[in-house]
Design a protein around this ligand. Structure first.
Ligand code: AMP
Ligand code: ZN
Length: 328
């Protein structure tokens, strides 16, 4: 039987772990009884000191970005642990925030994702905008997957990025925050390094500046690991939806993450050194408008005459017509 979203969320909360600790371990900061072990920091924490640690990591990330407390932030929330933790911590640090969620129209998965966002917003008294991909684009994700058998994950990524930008502009925001964490960024860096994808490596940075028609994008959780964010959610009572998208991309990102986790388990701290050492040498990317024009169909910013969203929509419409003609 299908589980109700709230049951799934409860289960995920119960299964969260605080790591291995001896029974008399002390908090590295205040010497109270520790309940959280963070081997990659060679530290144990009590709940309060863990929150101090978490805030410090986000503040340190935010210091790298030209965004102050006076800039309203649109927080892109999926209903998962990372983006809800991000929204919680930014609001807690005093930033003015509004959540935005795109409902992809995936049966069960999208309902649970959406209700996790709604419940969180309600519990914190925060404002949330919800849009449906079907209304924005004319096709839901399952409809896209049916018409386009390959690469649905990268298509979904492109659509989310494009629509989040357009909607943030429309709602008057100049910056979007996403929940990408240290593990996401380190495993992507590993993949791009292994394949020598220089163009991606050049642009890899947790802050991309705004330009005409483009809001800035930032990843304030890039200094925090998945597990640290899971603990944060538990400490802060955040009920997230933890299921994987049924359309989730193939094994590659998983293999990279597992490889990194193996190295990290043998040599704690390596994952952080790998990512931060790389970022320390990076030049923050500048807005490049030399090649940018406007889409001749929808007017959005585009490197080509017709933007990727309009090209995809056209391709899907033609495919749908073709299938209809053949009686599908
Ligand atoms: P993902 O690409 O699914 O790993 O998501 C990366 C980040 O994109 C999340 O942490 C969110 O900030 C944002 N995001 C993902 N899905 C959605 C969605 N359906 N609506 C709004 N933001 C999203
Ligand atoms: Zn403490």
């Amino acid at each position: 039987m299908q589980k109700k979203p709230s049951e799934v969320i409860e289960m995920k909360l119960k299964s969260a772990s605080y790591g291995r600790l001896s029974h008399n371990a002390k908090c590295s900061r205040c010497r109270a009884k520790a309940i959280i072990s963070l081997p990659s920091h060679h530290a144990n924490f009590c709940e309060d000191c863990f929150l101090v640690f978490f805030h410090k990591a986000v503040n340190r990330a935010m210091k790298k970005f030209p965004i102050g407390l006076d800039t309203p932030i649109m927080v892109a929330v999926s209903g998962g642990k990372d983006s809800l933790a991000l929204w919680d911590v930014l609001a807690d640090l005093g930033f003015t925030t509004k959540g935005i969620h795109i409902d992809l129209g995936i049966p069960n998965f999208s309902e649970a994702s959406r209700s996790a966002c709604e419940e969180f917003a309600k519990s914190r008294g925060l404002e949330l905008s919800i849009y449906e991909l079907k209304d924005l684009f004319g096709f839901s994700l399952p409809e896209i997957a049916k018409l386009k058998s390959s690469k649905v994950c990268s298509v979904c990524g492109t659509l989310k990025r494009q629509f989040l930008n357009r909607l943030a502009l429309q709602e008057g925001f100049s910056v979007i925050a996403t929940g990408h964490n240290l593990d996401d960024e380190a495993s992507r860096l590993l993949g791009n390094t292994l394949r020598h994808r220089d163009a991606y490596l050049q642009k890899a940075y947790p802050f991309l500046p705004a330009g005409p028609g483009l809001v800035a994008r930032m990843k304030p959780l890039f200094r925090l690991e998945s597990e640290e964010i899971r603990i944060y959610c538990r400490v802060r009572g955040i009920k997230y939806f933890g299921d994987k998208c049924p359309f989730a991309r193939g094994a590659t990102s998983h293999i990279l993450l597992e490889a990194l986790q193996f190295i990290e388990s043998q040599m704690p701290g390596t994952k952080r050194d790998f990512l931060f050492g790389f970022l320390d040498r990076q030049t923050p990317p500048q807005f490049e408008d030399a090649l940018l024009g406007n889409c001749s169909v929808c007017g959005a910013l585009s490197y080509q005459d017709i933007c990727s969203v309009c090209r995809l929509k056209d391709e899907l419409k033609r495919k749908k017509e073709f299938l209809k003609d053949r009686g599908h």
